[in-house]
Design a protein around this ligand. Structure first.
Ligand code: BDP
Length: 596
């Protein structure tokens, strides 16, 4: 799916800003068709942002169900002969879009974009009423899954087994845009190189084809100079003296695709891309045929007040901190991040492990909520409907992110149960689907402690082993000596059994910024630093370890619970992005001599 873009044949209007906002407390909005008139409300809500922390109102923060956004939108009168589209970069977790009275789009999956052609519903030169209903409910049919309970006090309550707050709303931008009737609908770019010559295999899909169009393509370098050209909907182009996209050096080209008819330009679209290769060889992860070692974090889209709302200023700051600390990569734990983040990573040479929102699919975690003995792959938890949503989540992620050079690895789930009967049948088709959609990138899933080298039934299905480990925190608490032994022993077993690259996708300790101790005191800054230091010694002794992602980049908000104190505090930075002692330690390792 292509993003909206300004071009000589296309125009875009950003629809961010304040919307009339109404919480559908009694679940009447859809049946009463609130889209048909002005919302009865005095509340206003900003897009993009999570609504939860914006209002000083507990009922809104904890609301389970639909909320409505509404605004009048003007359509330029110059768009008379154009197709007119609306695109939401996300609506978390389910969105319905109405133009005046009509439903024009519905989408489930809170972190991927969707769009609709609304030409037949609007009049250029006039105004329409845009209403967007957004539902935050998580069920067995959603990714991530969840359940809705009614509390003893009669309140509907959302439960879920993942460890981040269920922020909701319109987290990313909304766009109105025009295209010609015949237009570039999709572009796929796959790159390679041989010596100094780059290769670009491209495919263009055209919508509204008249059957008489001619497709012309050009490769433009970073200065806008043409370096290759061709014709047709598919082909291979060569770039002499190619500038590779490399970690730390995000060199980008544009593939300019022009659709002509009768010698006239009809549509033109520029798709940025980088020339790079990714390959697994034995236990090595190669980018451009060179071994790559991942340093960085599992992150979250999470900030004070705006929750999971995108902010360009806060995004730039996060990338600046990644650079300061010497991180070359991150994982989009535990859902696809905003398209602006992916574009920024491309331009700045930051390597990304791109993850679906399949998180919390593990009955073992239900024990925390007093539901011991539950099964994961069962009618009342991860079932066929969950699998269908999971397939869609993978399809939408690959469709959105396939052309990003920064993305080097797909992570199709975080910490699912991988040893229970049912795990292999569940993941085998999903691994195959991901490879079929994108044969060019390795595929993995992230696993937790219980999926040991002996017990798991799925690790052979994947190209990379991504492991989350908390020895010294959840087990061997405060005992780093023992933790060091069991960690090394386990990693050596993985290395021996699978001979695949291992990325430690999570290791970390909750830490109260400002708490100090002379002893191995969990929650102190010293303990977090010593914990990370211990892991690093082990990583340096295990050859198959090709990456270290600390959990987490920054402290983040979670649902309430007795093991969280106003959120998860495993950040190297606080929630307002101040460095803990651990951040300085990481900086010494990742920018200095001491790393692998
Ligand atoms: C892992 C999860 C992550 C949690 C982390 C933790 O992947 O989402 O936040 O542990 O416990 O289970 O801090």
């Amino acid at each position: 799916m292509l993003k909206q873009q300004n071009s000589p044949t296309r125009e875009i209007i950003n629809l961010d800003g304040l919307y009339h906002f109404k919480v559908d407390t009694d679940r009447r909005g859809l049946t009463e068709q609130w889209q048909r008139s002005r919302l009865e409300t005095t509340l206003e809500m900003a897009v993009p942002a999570s609504y939860n922390d914006v209002f000083a109102n507990k009922a809104i923060r904890d609301h389970v169900g639909w909320v409505w956004y509404q605004q009048d939108i003007h359509v330029p009168r110059g768009w008379k002969d154009e197709r007119i589209h609306i695109r939401l970069e996300s609506a978390t977790h389910e969105g319905r879009v109405f133009v005046n009275d009509a439903l024009v789009a519905e989408h489930s999956g809170g972190y991927t974009p969707f769009s609709a052609d609304i030409t037949d519903h609007v009049e250029p030169g006039s105004t329409f009423r845009l209403s967007i209903a957004v539902n935050n409910e998580l069920t067995q049919e959603t990714i991530p899954p969840g359940t809705i309970n009614v509390t003893a006090a009669g309140r509907r309550e959302q439960r879920y087994l993942h460890d981040f707050y269920n922020y909701a709303g319109i987290h990313r931008s909304i766009w109105l845009y025009s295209t010609p009737a015949m237009r570039v609908e999709d572009i796929t770019v796959v790159t390679g190189f041989e010596g100094p010559t780059g290769s670009v295999d491209y495919r263009v899909d055209v919508a509204g084809s008249t059957g008489r169009e001619q497709i012309l393509v050009k490769v433009l370098d970073a200065l806008g100079e043409e370096v290759a050209a061709g014709e047709g909907a598919e082909g291979r182009l060569s770039i002499p003296n190619v500038n590779l996209w490399k970690p730390g050096q995000g060199y980008l080209y544009d593939l300019e695709v022009a659709v002509h008819e009768n010698g006239q330009l009809v549509d033109v679209y520029r798709q940025p891309f980088g020339v790079r290769t990714v390959e697994i060889r034995g236990a090595q992860f190669l980018i451009n045929s060179e071994p790559f070692y991942f340093t960085g974090f599992g992150m979250h889209e999470d900030h004070v007040t705006i929750g999971k709302g995108h902010s360009s200023a806060l995004m730039v700051n996060d990338f600046q901190l990644l650079e300061w600390v010497g991180a070359n990569s991150f994982r989009t734990s535990h859902y696809p991040y905003s398209e602006e983040v992916m574009d920024f990573a491309d331009r700045h040479g930051i390597v990304v492990i791109d993850e679906t929102a399949a998180v919390g699919m593990n009955a073992a975690f239900a024990g925390f909520f007093g539901e011991g003995g539950k099964k994961t792959y069962a009618e009342d938890f991860v079932n066929d409907a969950t699998a269908a949503s999971h397939r869609r989540a993978i399809q939408e992620l690959v469709a959105r992110d396939k052309n990003h050079p920064s993305v080097v690895l797909w992570s199709i789930a975080n910490e699912p149960d991988i040893s229970e009967a049912g795990a292999r049948d569940y993941f085998l088709p999903l691994a195959a689907l991901t490879r079929e959609l994108d044969p060019t990138r390795p595929v993995g899933l992230v696993s937790e402690l219980r999926g040991t080298p002996e017990a798991n039934t799925v690790s052979d299905l994947f190209d990379v082993l991504m492991l989350n480990r908390y020895y010294g925190w959840y087990t061997q608490t405060g005992d780093l000596e023992s933790a060091e032994l069991v960690l090394e022993e386990e990693l050596l077993k993985w290395q021996e059994k699978y001979a695949k690259p291992i990325i430690i996708t999570e290791y970390g300790a909750d830490t109260m910024s400002g708490l100090h101790s002379l002893y191995d005191q969990p929650w102190s800054e010293e303990y977090q630093a010593a914990f990370l230091d211990m892991y690093h010694r082990v990583f340096d002794r295990v050859d198959a370890v090709v990456g270290e992602h600390v959990w987490n980049f920054a402290d983040f908000q979670t649902s309430k619970g007795i093991i969280r104190v106003d959120g998860n505090k495993k950040g190297a930075f606080t929630r307002d992005r101040r460095p803990k002692a651990a951040a300085h330690l990481l900086r010494r390792r990742w920018t200095g001599e001491s790393g692998k």
